[in-house]
Design a protein around this ligand. Structure first.
Ligand code: PLP
Length: 392
């Protein structure tokens, strides 16, 4: 019941919060403010505004009224105090990491996170920041990797490709004891189905290019945190780095948010049925999806997730590249491509035939196929998978 009420409240935020028509001449949706700067009647008033660009509209790199509406909605959905939107998910992740560390610091990064995030940690080495990737997602394993100079723990839950859950509450507690900042990528669940800040996580990052946008026509990112952290981060990693979201992208994000609750319900319903079909298929070795009862993380799932999105993976019993490419290339409805979280069903594999050594090192099955379940008919999607699995 509580879960349902939360979902209804969040749906209201997605559609109407901060969009009161009386603020915008009765417009049913807020206008897109395309002006790059705002005018002031006197130098003194401009001087007062530039002192705090979070509270005043000065220049679009700082605060834009259209982007601000999306930021207020995302902050409310994540139950955080402040949000800033970025040019991409990677820009938001970079800002969170650069804010958290300085020369000589160390980052613990949970295993199987989005690969480019690990690449940013690698890049940070040139500024004297070290990192360790944990062997598993367990809090004990994460705790073991903490060093005296650890200043940040970076989490993605569920993890990339393996879809293992990470216990936010336990990790936030052990990090707080040691004054370590925690950052969680919440792109998979969206703020509708998981709220990391409510478990004590310090910063949440999103790629808005996935479900939040939802139509494969937007690249964007968001960072949600306390006012205390945002006050400092806004001036440096946001305003100075300049990787900000523009108002036209924000209007696409706002359009995506209006239908996010309904889309997420449909993605969830479709994906649960498809995971069940795959689990029972004789050519499938395992299904990686928190929405399927075979997931080992039931305790964390019950505590942490309010629902399941539509991104999952399965592993073929025949893990050869020949089998992987036969299944993928014979699919008709699933399109082959990167990214995920949109209306269209997508398929890919981290196995490109030339990188098996990397997959072994990363402990990812060579027979893994990732599906982003879209909004098409589930029966059609299952029929499509059925006929392509018959090819091997
Ligand atoms: N986080 C996750 C989990 C992702 O899958 C991605 C992109 O695929 C990103 C972050 C990066 O987001 P963007 O592509 O918007 O920079």
């Amino acid at each position: 019941m509580e879960k349902l009420r939360q979902f209804e409240k969040d749906s209201e935020i997605c559609m109407y919060y901060e969009c009161e028509p009386e603020r915008f001449l009765g417009a049913v949706i807020p206008p897109t403010f395309g002006n790059s700067l705002f005018l002031y009647p006197s130098l003194e008033e401009l001087g007062n505004a530039v002192k705090d660009e979070t509270e005043h509209y000065v220049y679009w790199r700082g605060t834009n009224p259209t982007v601000e509406i999306a930021e207020k909605k995302l902050a409310a959905l994540e139950q955080g105090e402040q949000c800033k939107c970025f040019a991409s998910g990677m820009a938001a992740i970079t800002a969170a990491l650069f804010y958290s560390v300085k020369k000589g610091d160390h980052v613990v990064c949970v295993s199987h996170i989005y690969k480019s995030t690990v690449d940013i940690l690698k890049y940070l080495q040139k500024f004297g920041v070290e990192y360790t990737v944990t062997q598993s997602t367990s809090p004990e394993e994460i705790e073991k990797e903490i060093q005296p100079n650890t200043k940040a723990i970076y989490i993605e839950s569920p993890t990339d490709m393996t879809f293992k859950m990470v216990d936010f509450e336990k990790i936030a507690a052990l990090a707080k004891e040691r004054k370590i900042k925690t950052i969680a990528d919440n792109t998979w669940a969206t703020p509708l189905f998981q709220k990391p800040l409510s478990f004590g996580i310090d910063m949440v990052v999103h790629s808005a290019s996935k479900y939040l946008g939802g139509h494969s026509d937007l690249v964007g990112g968001a960072l949600i945190t306390s006012s205390h952290i945002m006050k400092k981060l806004f001036k440096k990693e946001f305003l100075l780095f300049g990787g900000i979201m523009g108002p036209y992208e924000a209007s696409l994000l706002l359009r995506g948010l209006r239908t996010l609750p309904m889309r997420m319900k449909a993605h969830e319903e479709n994906a649960i049925k498809i995971a069940k079909f795959l689990e029972g298929h004789p050519k499938v070795a395992r299904v990686n999806y928190p929405g399927h009862p075979s997931s080992e993380d039931q305790e964390i799932i019950k505590k942490q997730l309010l629902g399941f999105s539509g991104l999952l993976a399965f592993e073929l019993k025949d893990a050869s590249f020949k089998a992987v490419k036969a299944v993928i290339n014979n699919l008709k409805i699933f399109k082959i491509g990167v990214s995920w979280g949109s209306f269209e069903s997508l398929v890919m594999s981290p196995n490109y035939g030339y990188n098996t050594a990397d997959l072994k090192k990363e402990q990812i099955s060579e027979g893994l196929i990732r599906l982003s379940i879209g909004l098409e008919s589930t029966d059609d999607l299952i029929r499509d998978l059925e006929q392509s699995l018959e090819r091997i």
